[in-house]
Ligand binder design. Structure first.
Ligand code: GLY
Length: 362
């Protein structure tokens, strides 16, 4: 929808075909963390650069979207705390802190006392913490509602409950979509079907998106909005906690290779509740408001697929794995710019979908 909004704003006729309700896949399941700093891991240099550029776009994107839609996305900029509960956790945290600082991420090492001064309801026996002022959050469900409204207001067409069965290709070019008995002609198609991107028929092997579902179980607890237990996003060793202004405390997430199995399991929910309780003992008293499962779209290297593919006219914007909300604004800008001008931004080049195409033996 972010890509569609950008294209519709530029006057391009654009129709979105959505298998269910728009924005109700991983975008709905997500926690909305904009964690370009604390999620930076060794070996992911290009992705870290993209994530940080993506984060930098967020404030302006949120303001423009709120203006266009008349709806808030609740961008919150209190920052993020990563906490260590044991000495082992603290040693691990120190390693990550040093690595992330070497990559230019602004982070502050906090003693237990300093962390508790920021978040007094955290476990008082915590060992240490890191404060990341740049990592923030938006309410992903408010975001998709706003995107839907802005997309429609800009002149886009949205077909919900209209699953695309096949992308039609002739002589190496996209010609349209098949949706049940209906055919929609199109010279350009953007494949942005998240974890389902590899399921759509019609594409030759070289242009299929090698994306798998990475299952995440999550839950939301209900805090008193007038006296929330937390204000910052908190990453604890076995769960993350994301407080919303309406009192919801989102707790996530498992990461499981179970295909599209959508079961909530005793083990998954137990792990989340235990991880949350160890970090923030006060959760014990909170009602459980909701539990759900989502499917992150994971590619073979866990980085996104952005840009033209092996089929002319087919552009991919998928495989965002843990970073779909963070990368929505930059994905929309990069893909829309490519479609409007043919320009492949250097930030997009490392994520070419063609990097996964089978190599032809000489
Ligand atoms: N970005 C958080 C998650 O994927 O669980």
């Amino acid at each position: 929808m972010a890509i569609g909004w950008r294209l519709a704003q530029a006057g391009v006729p654009v129709a979105i075909y959505e298998r269910g309700e728009a924005g109700h896949g991983a975008s709905w399941a997500a926690a909305g963390m904009l964690a370009a700093g604390v999620e930076t891991e060794p070996g992911e240099h290009d992705l870290a650069v993209l994530n940080r550029r993506g984060l930098a776009l967020w404030p302006e994107f949120a303001a423009e979207l709120e203006q266009a839609s008349g709806l808030s996305v609740d961008l919150r900029r209190e920052g993020t705390l990563v906490i260590a509960l044991t000495r082992d956790d603290a040693a691990q945290l120190r390693f990550t802190f040093d690595f992330q600082r070497e990559h230019g991420i602004a982070l502050e090492w906090l003693s237990a006392r300093e962390a508790l001064a920021r978040e007094p309801r955290l476990n008082p026996s915590l060992a240490a913490a890191v404060y990341s002022p740049g990592d923030c959050q938006a309410d992903n469900r408010m975001l998709v509602r706003a995107l839907k409204r802005a997309f429609l207001a800009a002149g886009g067409t949205l077909h919900e409950h209209a699953p695309v069965d096949a992308i039609e290709v002739a002589a190496g070019r996209v010609t349209g979509l098949r949706i049940g008995e209906t055919r929609a002609a199109a010279a350009t198609v953007v494949l942005a079907a998240g974890a389902w991107s590899g399921e759509i028929e019609g594409l030759p092997v070289a242009a299929r998106a090698p994306v798998r579902p990475v299952k995440g179980q999550m839950l939301a607890l209900k805090m008193d909005p007038a006296a929330p237990l937390l204000r910052h996003v908190v990453w604890a060793p076995r769960a993350y906690l994301v407080p919303r202004h309406d009192g919801r405390l989102v707790v996530g997430a498992t990461s499981e290779e179970k295909g599209f199995n959508a079961d909530l399991t005793a083990g998954g929910v137990f792990a989340l509740l235990e991880g949350a309780w160890r970090a923030l003992p006060g959760v014990e008293e909170l009602p459980i408001e909701e539990m759900w499962v989502g499917f992150r779209p994971g590619s073979r290297d866990d980085a996104p697929l952005l840009g033209p593919s092996a089929v002319a006219g087919l552009v991919q914007a998928t495989g965002h794995h843990r970073n779909g909300i963070l990368l929505a604004p930059i994905t929309a800008d990069l893909v829309a710019r490519y479609l409007l001008s043919g320009e492949i931004d250097p930030a997009m080049a490392p994520f070419a979908p063609t990097r996964f195409a089978p190599k032809v033996q000489a």
